[in-house]
Design a protein around this ligand. Structure first.
Ligand code: BEZ
Ligand code: FE
Length: 297
């Protein structure tokens, strides 16, 4: 009988795969079996020493321990290893007539404050004034009234409010609703490129791989319209020096836009703007949810 180390390890893998073979849910079963197979293959590949494996467990322990309701280190881990964008490609990679998607990131806050059309999410923060407007439509179709448009972004130093320890710090985020022609607009300041948080285990991982931690400047959007799939994306500032090396691999060409320098803008709705500002026009097309084509119009 074959008693080589490899044969014993293979038997162990088969035994663990068999142990989860009776999970009542087929999806749970296939997922757990794949997890065991791939995890065992990884360990076989790397051949860790016991102290290396203990360090790996310590890394994951610290990744969990640093998480709070304002700090999400597991999202950073998933993002910086490219797993978030892999999940994005699997779920949204079909192309077509809808706006491309990218990572949600760790700085989204559900139910941000309502902002009226043309309102200001910067509320006096220093920075270069930015006016943003656009139209939300159903894929290849009609503009969507009353779609919820959540926006969030970094400040002029590349910081998000959630990175401040003080929970009362709240800035540069808001919830808009499209008007009867699908239009939305708001004032803000130019976002800046920024390093993702590096003071935790993920920062150490990046450093150990010799990687920088920067994301190119962008404005985040999450768009929800009845009868349509939620759209999670950003619009990136053309010309940013990190567009080709985003630490979370989130840049797609169609999401890079001009943030024009202007002295005058006649907006889609409302009075002309007659002062220097940056201007972004970006239109979004959202995918109809299956079986809801009629409701979506
Ligand atoms: C962000 O764009 O806010 C972000 C995305 C992934 C990791 C860190 C930050
Ligand atoms: Fe961001």
């Amino acid at each position: 009988m074959e008693h080589s180390k490899d044969a014993v390890a293979d038997r162990l893998t088969a035994e663990v795969v068999a142990k989860v073979a009776h999970a009542p849910s087929p999806r749970v079963r296939e997922t757990l079996q794949a997890l065991v197979r791939h995890l065992h293959a990884f360990v076989r590949d790397v051949q860790p020493t016991e102290s290396e494996w203990a360090a790996a467990i310590d890394f994951l322990t610290r990744t969990g321990q640093i998480c709070t309701d304002r700090r999400q280190e597991f999202i950073l881990l998933s993002d910086t290893l490219g797993v978030s964008m892999l999940v994005d490609q699997i779920n949204h990679g079909r192309g077509g007539a809808t706006t491309e998607t990218t990572v949600l990131g760790p700085f989204y806050v559900a139910s941000p404050p309502d902002i009226p059309a043309g309102g200001d999410i910067a509320k006096g923060l220093p920075g270069e004034a930015l006016f943003v407007e656009g139209v939300v439509s159903s894929e290849g179709g009609a503009p969507l009234a009353d779609a919820v448009v959540d926006v969030w972004q970094s400040d002029d130093q590349g910081r998000y409010d959630l990175q401040f320890d003080d929970p009362s710090v709240f800035f540069l985020r808001g919830r808009l609703r499209t008007d009867d022609k699908g239009r939305f607009s708001f004032w803000s300041i130019m976002p800046q490129s920024y390093p993702i948080p590096t003071d935790g285990p993920v920062g150490a991982l990046l450093a150990s791989a010799g990687r920088h931690a920067y994301r190119p400047a962008h404005v985040h959007f999450r768009i929800a319209a009845p009868g349509h799939h939620d759209l999670v994306t950003h619009v990136f500032v053309r010309g940013d020096k990190y567009l080709d090396s985003d630490v979370v691999f989130g840049v797609k060409e169609s999401l890079i836009a001009d943030f024009e320098r202007r002295d005058r803008t006649v907006p889609l709705a409302g009075a002309p703007i007659d002062r220097p500002h940056r201007y972004l026009r970006y239109d979004f097309a959202v995918a109809r949810a299956a079986g809801d084509a009629l409701a979506a119009g």
